[in-house]
Design a protein around this ligand. Structure first.
Ligand code: FAD
Length: 505
């Protein structure tokens, strides 16, 4: 029976793959038939002795990584960063194994050293309502070693990335805030900026400007076709000496009206990110004590309550921005400025490192950055390949999983899927291996993601039928149809948000 089910499920996955491949081919053909962007040579004469080949705006995760990689390949790069002090933020702390592998491939794995970083080996998922927990380990390599991720203090990691970039002789950092893009004949030729603590405007010129100014990007409105949606916020608290349910495992706490992500980031500190939907509570402290703490795993509650009472609570928007770049000669937008997804799955930095991996190869085939048509063509290749390579899965999984995990019992159909998802995790490692390969970005295949999402939907039918008596068969059928309808309602717009940009952007 199990074998028939497994075979049927493989057939289903292959059909999804075939349909997706066909669809992608049609989309790419349509895209190819579209007219090209008009490129007019700028009148500005770049001075190779002073101007860099590439100007990167933003010395964060993407800016530093790209600068190091391009610098090592012999490119002259300038990074414009508004603040070179160690950042103090609640973002970018958990690096998935797939992101860590990409960092290794980029030759930057040592940036995770000397941070008192924590090695992560998987997740413990807690269903607070039923007081059950399930172990979801990361996959293993051929020799049986767990493919681990890393968790660290974001600021310390950024300082290591900056150090690596600054060690490259061809990379220069300028501490200043980018103000406006300089355009010449419709081509971007550089950036006006103000140095830190200075009022006077200065200019930096380069044939190619990379905008990597992060989630609150000031420049994306001119360069991308989509608007940012914010379904919720994460409230971050840093707890001291908080015990773990299982050593070296991040934790997800699922309650009816609460969702929290917990992971240790150094030997003493553990981050908790609590998802808050709707308007920000007027008294955050009381909200955390009364509405959140009782729905956290018991071993976390004392450290959480202590920090809520005496520590700092930080709020960050959980944004969703599908990648929809506009083509403009002389400029490209990358990182969070281009594409964001809910941070529940901790995929942002992994997307960045895998994007840089793609660009490292693409830049090797670009002899000079003044060849605007070659750059635009590389940009199209990048936007297509990143979807197949990693970004489709990270983006769609993060949004879909968030919609499931944040479902309350008021939305009974999605809630049924949330419960089925937990039960699916309980089926054991054999069943969760593939989904965890998607989550950890070790094998991010779009058809597997769609196939497993609907497998969970079908698995929820089984639970619906099991729960209802035989005489209420009509009710079970109706509920199952509604769950299927809801799952399509979640998945198809997300798939479309990834595919439509191949045609329309
Ligand atoms: C709440 C939250 C939690 C997250 N947790 C995780 C996680 O655990 N794991 C994970 O992988 N991802 C996580 N992410 C996502 C991750 O942080 C981002 O994907 C990643 O930091 C993007 O890198 P970036 O270089 O595009 O932006 P950033 O790293 O934010 O860098 C942008 C840089 O640009 C600079 N800058 C901005 N404006 C200007 C200007 N005008 N001039 C000059 N410089 C400028 C900034 O100072 C900054 O240094 C999280 C996101 C959120 C919101």
């Amino acid at each position: 029976m199990n074998m028939i089910f497994q075979e049927g499920h493989s057939m289903c996955l292959y059909s999804v793959a075939a349909v997706l491949t066909g669809l992608m081919t049609v989309l790419i053909l349509v895209k190819k038939m579209k007219s090209k962007v008009k490129i007019l040579k700028p009148s500005y004469d770049f001075d190779e002795s002073t101007d860099p080949e590439i100007l990167i705006v933003g010395g964060g995760v993407l800016g530093c990584t790209l600068a190091t990689v391009l610098g090592r390949d012999g490119r002259k790069v300038t990074v414009l960063e508004r603040d070179m002090k160690e950042p103090d933020r609640i973002v970018g702390e958990l690096l998935q194994p797939g992101g860590f592998n990409a960092l290794k491939e980029l030759g930057l794995a040592d940036c995770c050293e000397g941070l008192d970083a924590h090695v992560t080996k998987g997740y413990m998922v807690h269903d607070i309502e039923t007081k059950r927990s399930v172990h979801v380990p990361y996959p293993q390599d051929k020799d049986g070693n767990i493919l681990c991720g890393r968790a660290f203090h974001h600021g310390r990691f950024i300082m290591n990335l900056r150090k690596a970039a600054q060690a490259e002789p061809k990379v220069t950092f300028v501490e200043g805030t980018a103000i406006t893009m300089i355009e010449d004949n419709g081509t971007v030729t550089g950036m006006k900026f103000k140095r830190k603590d200075a009022d006077q405007m200065e200019e930096l010129h380069a044939p190619l400007t990379v905008i990597a100014d992060g989630c609150f990007s000031k420049f994306r409105k001119h360069l991308v076709n989509e608007t940012v949606r914010v379904p919720s916020q994460f409230v971050g608290v840093l707890m001291k000496d908080c015990p773990q349910a299982k050593a070296n495992h991040a934790e997800i706490a699922l309650a009816d009206k609460n969702l929290a992500l917990i992971y240790q980031i150094s030997s003493k500190c553990t981050r908790i990110l609590v998802d808050v939907r709707g308007p920000k509570p007027t008294n955050m402290k009381e909200h955390m004590k009364e509405n959140v703490a009782p729905y956290l795993p018991e071993h976390v509650q004392p450290a959480f309550l202590e920090e809520v009472e005496t520590g700092r609570m930080r709020v960050m928007p959980n944004s969703f921005l599908p990648a929809a770049p506009l083509e403009k000669p002389g400029v490209m937008v990358l990182g969070d400025a281009l594409n964001m997804r809910h941070p529940l799955t901790g995929g942002g930095m992994s997307v960045v490192f895998n994007d840089v991996l793609l660009w490292r190869d693409l830049f090797k085939s670009l002899p000079n950055t003044k060849d605007y048509s070659a750059i635009l063509s590389a940009l199209r290749t990048f936007n297509r390949e990143r979807k197949q390579h990693h970004s489709f899965v990270v983006n769609v999984l993060a949004q879909a999983l968030y919609q499931l995990f944040s479902a309350t019992s008021e939305d009974e159909n999605v809630h049924a899927m949330k419960l089925a998802c937990f039960e699916f995790f309980c089926l054991g490692e054999e069943w969760v291996r593939r989904p965890v390969e998607l989550l950890s970005i070790l094998n991010p295949k779009p058809h597997l993601l769609i196939g497993y999402f609907f497998l969970v939907a079908f698995y929820s039918f089984f639970h619906i039928f099991k729960k209802n008596p035989w005489w209420a068969l009509h009710r079970s059928v109706y509920k199952s149809v509604m769950v299927l309808f809801k799952s399509c309602h979640i998945m198809f717009p997300l798939v479309w948000s990834e595919l439509n940009t191949l045609i329309f952007s």
